[in-house]
Design a protein around this ligand. Structure first.
Ligand SMILES: C[S@@+](CC[C@H](N)C(=O)[O-])C[C@H]1O[C@@H](n2cnc3c(N)ncnc32)[C@H](O)[C@@H]1O
Length: 451
């Protein structure tokens, strides 16, 4: 059937939510306040809605600055301005806390959202899959692959890399699970934002492509064991693309390095400590917004010289050294051996002596610390999307005064915050960092204190 709908809000999956016959339907591409005509398929339990026409466009609507906007799953909101994007993200987080966590927004101190300096050209890390012999992102709401020639969300050094990297790795494409690309961060001026398309974006901005590529590396994750031809392809790609290096990761066993794939990043707050990144380990996607993230976490933690800090999911040490700068001691727990090695190298070279790195699984390590009777005044957790179930109980039993939770998934934040409340903590504040402009993805820092 055809229906005229009024869009109320943006959903957590990025679509316009509207009421129809007593239920909520989701219209891809529609924005809050818009009157739209849609085709509604009511033949299945979940009604599928297709946008046909926008009768009254939102003032926030604009032409997307990427010709793949309708297909590619990378960016959901290129058709909305950043002011609307940011308020929608805040609403998504507050609504998840309210509905999934039982935490009322009234009384919750919400700080001003940290704005990404670049609306495009900000992503220093991306994950591709091969679609035949071309590197591709997943499509909108699907695992269908969309081949990428130019991605304006990526930093200039990476934006037009996919076709050349595809060609260099084409001979081994059928054995590849994923390709991760990484750059140190933006080195050129941001690409001018072009509402009429990608023209004027990264490919046409004047820049020193070869110089930038020296600060790029990539990782090839294989579906099986590594053979000589995989190594030869990586080695040849490093040479022909003039990138810093590559990591070949077999399904099982140790990764192999080619060239110099370890990149050095800007260390927010602690410039005396070098921070290292590798393309097969986690790195925050937006280097500039990451500066705001690290500052927000350090400020929320407020670690003093008497405080022991337990940092969970510590990665390559992105938050660790800012915390160690003011605390008595930081115990940093991380499962990736590669990330722990990078963090240990930073500590060595930066002469940081008050951090103990523990490589292990967070739940196991926390249970161990609890049974040893350890005490930590502060806990900082930055878990993956799946969250940190158990955190409330561990924090309580470790005698923690304050928990700072960094969330990339609002639903996991809400569930874990509810556990923290049940364990005797009370929300102190919330701050969003706009880490991923043009997408629905929200990054939030929540602070809770023991009652
Ligand atoms: C969102 S990242 C945060 C890393 C770091 N705080 C940063 O800002 O770069 C989550 C980290 O948790 C690690 N991780 C995932 N599951 C884990 C587990 N069960 N135990 C320990 N670490 C885990 C990942 O390897 C990754 O480095």
């Amino acid at each position: 059937m055809r229906a005229t709908l009024t869009v109320e809000r943006l959903s957590k999956l990025g679509d316009g939510a509207a009421a129809l016959e007593g239920r909520t339907v989701f219209v891809e591409g529609a924005l809050p306040g818009e009157r739209v005509v849609a085709e509604v398929d009511t033949s299945e339990k979940i009604w599928h809605v297709r946008l046909l026409e926008v009768l009254a466009p939102s003032a926030a609507r604009r032409p997307p600055a990427c010709r793949l906007a309708a297909q590619c799953g990378g960016c959901d909101w290129l058709h909305a301005d950043e002011v609307l994007q940011r308020s929608a993200k805040q609403e998504i987080v507050l609504s998840a806390l309210e509905h999934l966590g039982g935490i009322a927004r009234v009384g919750l101190a919400v700080g001003e959202q940290a704005v990404s300096q670049r609306a495009l050209g900000y992503r220093r890390r991306a994950v591709f899959h091969f679609s035949k012999k071309r590197l591709a992102f997943f499509g909108r709401h699907s695992h269908a692959l969309v081949a990428i020639d130019l991605c304006p969300a990526l930093v200039p050094a990476l934006a037009d890399l996919p076709p050349e990297l595809s060609e260099a790795l084409a001979g081994i494409a059928k054995d590849v699970h994923e390709v991760h690309v990484l750059a140190e961060g933006p080195q050129a001026d941001p690409p001018p934002f072009s509402p009429s398309g990608v023209e004027g974006g990264p490919s046409t901005a004047p820049r020193d492509a070869r110089g930038e590529r020296k600060r790029v590396s990539f990782a090839v994750f294989l579906t099986g064991p590594a053979a000589r031809r995989h190594a030869e392809a990586c080695e040849a790609a490093v040479r022909s693309l003039s990138v810093a290096g590559a990591v070949l990761v077999p399904k099982e066993g140790s990764p192999r390095l080619f060239g110099k794939p370890i990149l050095r990043a800007l260390a927010p707050l602690t410039p005396e400590v070098p921070v290292y990144l590798r393309p097969d380990a986690f790195a925050q996607a937006n280097a500039e917004a990451n500066v705001a993230l690290v500052a927000a976490v350090a400020q929320a933690a407020g670690a003093g010289p008497a405080d022991r800090v337990l940092e969970l999911y510590s990665g390559h040490g992105n938050l660790t050294f800012a915390l160690a700068g003011t605390a008595r001691e930081v115990v940093a727990v991380e499962s990736s051996g590669t990330a722990v090695e990078l963090a240990q190298r930073s500590a060595r070279e930066g002469r940081v002596t008050n951090v103990r790195f523990v490589q292990g699984d967070v739940p196991k390590v926390c249970r161990g610390l609890v049974s040893e009777g350890q005490r930590f005044e502060l806990v900082v957790a930055d878990p993956p999307r799946s969250g940190a179930s158990g955190l409330g109980e561990w924090a309580k039993r470790l005698g923690t005064r304050r928990v700072v939770y960094v969330a990339c998934d609002p639903a996991s934040l809400a569930r874990d915050a509810a556990e923290l409340l049940a364990a005797g903590f009370t929300p102190l504040g919330l701050r969003l960092i706009d880490m991923f402009p043009q997408t629905r993805h929200a990054e939030a820092v929540m602070t809770l204190e023991a009652r």
